[in-house]
Design a protein around this ligand. Structure first.
Ligand code: ATP
Ligand code: MG
Length: 332
């Protein structure tokens, strides 16, 4: 029997699902390379720990930006390294289904398929991310019913209405978790004249960030570097400040949802009003995001239990019924 794998190659995180096992890999999408030999040193968490700490000849980078593949070679290396890590070899046939951003070009599509095949996959299939997200969210995508899914990832937020196994309307904005972190860095620099790192910003967002006022609004202490003196500085930041810093980026995501609803045929809009909006992706974990979207759309919102795994679980479920689901995949 062939081995089946599903891969969610995200801007921030890569997950792999194996049939009969569930999620077998869940690490940052980072590749570390030795520039002198061109060889890959590490992928995933080990490579991520090298970011910002490498000597000149080693490069640790994220091959995807804004949800798109910006660097083919590194993306191929990531896929090949990934397949090696989960034990794909030439001995056993392996079918791989990879979820890709819906904005991917035909050339990029071929590149992803080729990378999977070079990495040892006997067959590679692609599925659009919003489709995988909707399947993972348990929505009845084959029914003549409107299903609205919002996927807030690291580099992009995608909003899609799906009915009868196809995407009816779709919006993508290049705003994701990384942009929230960047907005927070800018805010602290502007308001407190202190520079903080990307990781510090992300930790601050996860610790006290929100998209809507919360019952408890704690403060947090962060470390940065004072711009005037260049010396380390300890700073106290409030929940309100973090919310204010994130607001513009969050509003762009909310507006994409509003626009998608506006572009939706009336019958489907009616279904969505009854069924609600499903939010997946790491951004869904930001407290108050559901309340914020619900307030601005007047539609109930549901955050899924494990939003970081929804896409790969959906791709896995599609894989389990590969033959029946062929029409959902982009197969040339
Ligand atoms: N508790 C949390 N609160 C806020 N944001 C969070 C939380 N946990 C994770 N995130 C954010 O979620 C983002 C990663 O989400 P996810 O893994 O869904 O992205 P991705 O699938 O790799 O990216 P994309 O779909 O854009 O290609 C990161 O920016 C991270 O900071
Ligand atoms: Mg994603």
């Amino acid at each position: 029997m062939a081995r089946d794998l599903a891969i969610d190659l995200g801007t921030a995180n890569t997950l792999v699902w194996a049939r009969g096992k569930g999620v077998v890999f869940n690490e940052p999408t980072v590749v570390a390379r030795d520039e002198r030999s061109g060889g890959v040193l590490e992928i995933g968490t080990a490579a991520s720990n090298m970011i910002g700490r490498t000597p000149g000849h080693i490069v640790a980078e994220r091959p995807l930006r804004g949800g798109a593949i910006t660097d083919f070679d590194t993306t191929s290396q990531m896929i090949r390294g990934l397949l090696r890590r989960v034990g794909v070899g030439r001995l056993r046939r392996t079918r791989v289904l990879i979820s890709v951003p819906s904005a991917i070009t035909p050339v990029e599509r071929r590149a992803v398929e080729q990378a999977a095949e070079q990495g040892g996959a006997s067959q590679a299939y692609l599925i659009e991310q919003p489709m995988a997200a909707a399947i993972g969210a348990g929505l009845p995508i084959e029914q003549p019913v409107g299903n609205l899914v919002v996927d807030i990832g690291g580099g992009t937020s995608e909003v899609a209405v799906i009915s009868l196994g196809g995407v009816v309307t779709h919006r993508a904005v290049r705003v994701g978790g990384f942009d929230l972190d960047a907005a927070l860095q800018q805010y602290v620099r502007r308001e407190h004249a202190v520079a903080i790192g990307e990781r510090t910003a992300e930790q601050l967002k996860m610790a006290i960030g929100s998209a809507y006022p919360q019952a408890e609004e704690p403060k947090a202490e962060i470390r940065g570097r004072e711009l005037a003196t260049g010396l380390p500085k300890l700073l106290t930041i409030s929940s309100e400040e973090v919310r204010e810093a994130l607001d513009d980026a969050i509003e762009q995501v909310v507006q994409a949802v509003v626009e998608t609803l506006g572009a939706c045929p009336p019958e489907l809009a009616q279904d969505i009003l009854e069924e609600g909006i499903r939010v997946v992706g790491g951004g869904a974990l930001l407290p108050g995001l559901d309340a914020r979207i619900a307030q601005e759309t007047n539609v109930p919102v549901r955050i899924l239990d494990t939003p970081l795994e929804t896409v790969v679980m959906g791709a896995g479920r599609a894989m389990e019924e590969l033959e029946r689901n062929r029409h959902l995949f982009k197969i040339d």
